[in-house]
Design a protein around this ligand. Sequence first.
Ligand code: AMP
Length: 396
Amino acid sequence: MKTIDNYDFNGRNVLVRVDFNVPLNDQFEITDTTRIDAAIPTIQKIISGGGAAILMSHLGRPKEGPEEKFSLKHLIPYLSDQLKTNVIFAGDCIGESTKSKASRLKSGEVLLLENLRFYKEETKGDISFAKELASLGNVYMNDAFGTAHRAHASTAIIAQFFPKEKLFGYIMENEIKSIDKVLHESEGAFTAILGGAKVSGKIEIINNLLNKVDNLIVGGGMMFTFIHAKGGNVGNSLVEDDLLELALNILEGAKEMGVNIYIPTDAIIADKFDNDANKKVADVNEIPDDWMGLDIGPETIKTFTEVIKKSSTILWNGPMGVFEFENFAEGTRAIALGVAKATENGAFSLIGGGDSVAAINKYNLKDKVSYVSTGGGAMLEYIEGKELPGVKAIKE
Ligand code: AMP
């Protein structure tokens, strides 16, 4: 298989699907450059290898055609600065003028195309649109992990026009490598930590993980569905009543497969959903009516961190409590620190999903864990065991 490290880019026009879906403020300034920064090594590799890079991306969710606030032209100054070259811009992602700009590119040059989603054909996965895009380059590279779970024109459909000349960029390569390492090559004790609001969004993940992990730690709002299903009084805590039976089935399934499942024993409870609510520690089975659990308690933190400490592979998705409220963030912070500590002692840790990534960033632990996934939805689908169209299109 061709890889970014063994490919000869010399004299090639490389059409790269990047994820430049960055937030812009009212003045069209980029307020978080993470996604652009992450793609720089891939682009640099192409141009330093003598190729030209044609970058294509979406930005936001334009409804009908072009809209100023979703134009990728706002990214040119920053991108040019980061790449130390004047990035050329095409005001349309397809069409004659764009084709001519692409064909005139010289080795080392970078062309940024206008927002793909100004055409509804992009998300529809339209094949003629994909063909038009494909005509701009002679190599296709996908480096947009965040959209790899979508069969869009630029993320999957386009690959068929490059039966041999197609490959992953560094971001895709690293994401797939890290998730595969956790799911298929884990060594020693493998612990998955799941949190977040609801069980409903995580059922597929739990099902796919049960035959892989040794320990499954459950925190966040979803813990109360399990506790209530077992007969505990959870007061006003978040419970999905329609999933009580399923929760019991999961517990039973874990037992049959020899998975140790850890459900909190104590919680920090509050008399309202507010950072300034009255709060106290309670047994998870005895939460008074009108009170609700908003974080895991100190005894639980101790149990969880002990398990994490002894793990060699760790997968973490979802906060342990309402960590956006400073007074209910301790559980999430303690688990983040526990994962960092285990990593320091040699464990491989993968953090994925919007809120756990936010937590890791909040506590400045990004460099203290093995890998932080950039693609929320895509990563979750991969962990669910689904084949991602963007990955499949390159591999097959
Ligand atoms: P998810 O998107 O499913 O990963 O859920 C993340 C959200 O779950 C965060 O916004 C947390 O505030 C929320 N959350 C975590 N623990 C609780 C809890 N005990 N009760 C209500 N919401 C929670």
